[in-house]
Structures are given as structure tokens and as C-alpha cells.
Write a protein that binds this ligand. Structure first.
Ligand code: HEC
Ligand code: HEC
Length: 268
């Protein structure tokens, strides 16, 4: 009798323990399911960034390391350090086909790009991972949409026209370098150029030209250069202003006058 009661109590004890254990599991499981989705999303996001950096490093190690060195530290006489230049500089250089540089020269020419924009962004992510740096704002399109073209024109004439010409036609600089024509450049490219100052171009940091002012300039450049409004069409005078127009009308007019006098002289 005593033995069976003892056994029953033993069973009850074990069942009680089982119930408590199951209860604890249910509570832990519940808590986990409350917290885990956000943990999961965070982890997935981290992984996505990590994998861009990894893919960027792979491309870097095959195409850029020979001049820019291990981990972007630069190689004396071959290529500068890329630590701290940021993704904007990388995307500008790669998307315009300037990099990877084919041969050492006064100025890496803009070429047909060798990477897709996605790959350029990966390399940019890797360089940013190495040392931070400037990048283009995510809302650039919205900034440009609300930009002030007139204001952009004023800013362009003060900051850019000395090298790129009044109408973005480009111009020669000293020692074989040139400021390229701004025809066919994208909004991102203009922003990246201002932010990173490639070659002889100065850097226009955000304390010199705010992102809004940069957007004004972009809107102006696209308005003047790329939405073709040149009244001359194919026979454009480069829109250098009244001097070229005056010269053109002078030459055309003088020739006409000369021919007329010759014609009159020939008749008499
Ligand atoms: C043959 C050598 C060479 C190779 C290959 C090369 N670069 Fe360069 N890179 C240079 C030199 C030289 C400069 C500096 C002169 C210039 O800007 O034109 C430079 C400049 C740059 C700059 C501008 C740095 C700044 O301060 O703004 C970036 C960004 C860059 N390279 C990225 C890359 C990337 C990314 C690759 C690979 C896809 C690459 N380069 C491959 C030689 C090279
Ligand atoms: C001191 C002369 C100078 C000034 C001032 C200057 N730039 Fe430049 N710019 C250059 C040079 C030189 C390059 C070519 C760099 C290279 O090839 O790596 C360039 C390149 C560019 C490019 C890239 C064009 C292409 O074909 O990929 C853009 C866009 C640009 N500049 C816009 C601007 C804007 C906008 C301003 C005014 C805020 C400005 N620049 C002021 C000299 C200048």
C-alpha cells in the first residue's frame, strides 16, 4: 500500500515536472516568435551588405589591386590610396569608364564602362567599408525635381563655367588636361563629380555647395546642355553669347556684301 502510494506520488511529481517544462517551452517559444522576425530581418540586411562588400572585394582584387594595392592602400607611382574616397568616387570613376585605368597617362579618359552599375556599386560598398567617404544622397531624384534652374545657372557660372564653358561645351586646361564637355552626363555623374573632384576639378563639399545647390546646378546643366534647346540645331554656335553670334553674322554679312559688290562691278 505504502509502496504504491509512493510510486503514484513519484509519477505525479514527474508529470508535474513535465507540465512545468512544457509550459516553459511554450513561453520561450512565444517570446522567441515575438522577437525573432525583427532579429531575422536585421540579420538578413547585414548579410546583404556583407555580401555586397564581399562581391566588391572580389572585383577589386582582380581589376584594381594592381594599381591601388592591398585593401586600397595605394601603390607609390601606380595608383593613389582609395581609403576614404567613398562610393561616390568609385561609382563616378567606374561608371564613366575612367577606371580601371588602361594605361598611365595625364588623365584617365572616359571610356566604355567595363562594369555594370551594380558591380560598380559593389566595389563602392567595399571601398566605403574600408574607410567611409562621401556618397550620393538617396533622394537625389527628388532634389533635382524640386531644383531651381535659374539659381543653378548663377551657381554654374560662378563655380563651373571657367573650366567647362558657359554652355557646358568643355575646354582645355594646362598640361594636356581638359575639362570634358558635359553632354550626355547623368544626374548621378554630375553629383559625384562635384562631390569627389576628379583630377584637376575642385571638390565641392556640402559646406561649399549644399545638396540643394548641387541639385540646382544639375537641373541647369541638364536644361542647357542635354534637353537640346539650341536654336542653331546642327549648325550650333556653341552658345558662347553675343560675340560668336556677332562674328557669325559679320562673316556671313560681309561675304554677302562682297559678292554683291563683285556682282555689281561685273555687270558694269
Ligand atoms: C593601371 C593602373 C590603375 C588601375 C588598374 C585602376 N586605377 Fe584607379 N587610379 C589610377 C591612377 C593613376 C589614379 C589617379 C589619377 C586619376 O584620377 O586619373 C586613379 C584614381 C582612382 C580614383 C579616384 C581617387 C580619388 O581620390 O578621387 C578612384 C575612385 C579609382 N581610381 C578607382 C579604381 C577602381 C575601382 C579600379 C578597378 C575597377 C581602378 N581604380 C583601377 C590607376 C589605376
Ligand atoms: C578647375 C577646373 C574645373 C572646375 C572649376 C570644374 N570642373 Fe568639372 N571637371 C574638370 C576636369 C579636369 C574634369 C575631368 C576629370 C577626369 O577626367 O578625371 C571634370 C569632370 C567633370 C564631370 C565629368 C564629365 C564626364 O565626361 O564624365 C562633370 C559632370 C563635371 N566635371 C561637372 C562640374 C560641375 C557641375 C562644376 C561646378 C560645380 C565643375 N565641374 C567645376 C575641371 C573642372
Amino acid at each position: 500500500m505504502a509502496a504504491s502510494a509512493k510510486r503514484r506520488r513519484g509519477w505525479r511529481k514527474r508529470l508535474g515536472a513535465l507540465a512545468r517544462f512544457t509550459g516553459a517551452l511554450v513561453i520561450v517559444g512565444g517570446l522567441y516568435s515575438v522577437f525573432s522576425p525583427s532579429l531575422y530581418a536585421q540579420e538578413a540586411e547585414d548579410n546583404a551588405i556583407d555580401s555586397e562588400v564581399v562581391k566588391g572585394q572580389e572585383l577589386y582584387d582582380t581589376s584594381c589591386i594592381s594599381c591601388h594595392g592591398d585593401d586600397g592602400e595605394g601603390i607609390e607611382g601606380r595608383g593613389p590610396s582609395l581609403i576614404g574616397v567613398g562610393s561616390a568616387a568609385v561609382e563616378f570613376q567606374v561608371n564613366t569608364g575612367r577606371m580601371p585605368m588602361a594605361a598611365q597617362g595625364a588623365q584617365a579618359p572616359d571610356n566604355y564602362p567595363q562594369f555594370t552599375e551594380e558591380e560598380a556599386a559593389w566595389i563602392g560598398a567595399y571601398i566605403e567599408y574600408l574607410g567611409g567617404g562621401a556618397s550620393v544622397p538617396d533622394d537625389l531624384a527628388a532634389l533635382v525635381e524640386h531644383a531651381d534652374v535659374g539659381e543653378g545657372g548663377d551657381l554654374y557660372r560662378v563655380n563651373c563655367s571657367s573650366c567647362h564653358g558657359y554652355a557646358g561645351g568643355g575646354g582645355a586646361l594646362s598640361s594636356g588636361a581638359e575639362a570634358p564637355a558635359l553632354e550626355g552626363v547623368s544626374d548621378e555623374e554630375i553629383y559625384q563629380a562635384m562631390l569627389t573632384g576628379p583630377q584637376n576639378m575642385p571638390v565641392f563639399a556640402d559646406n561649399e555647395l549644399t545638396p540643394e545647390q548641387k541639385a540646382d546646378i544639375i537641373a541647369y546643366v541638364q536644361y542647357v546642355v542635354n534637353d537640346d534647346k539650341d536654336p542653331g540645331g546642327v549648325f550650333t554656335l556653341g552658345r558662347y553669347g553675343p560675340s560668336t553670334e556677332g562674328l557669325a553674322i559679320f562673316l556671313v554679312g560681309m561675304t554677302a556684301l562682297l559678292l554683291t559688290t563683285l556682282w555689281i562691278a561685273g555687270k558694269s
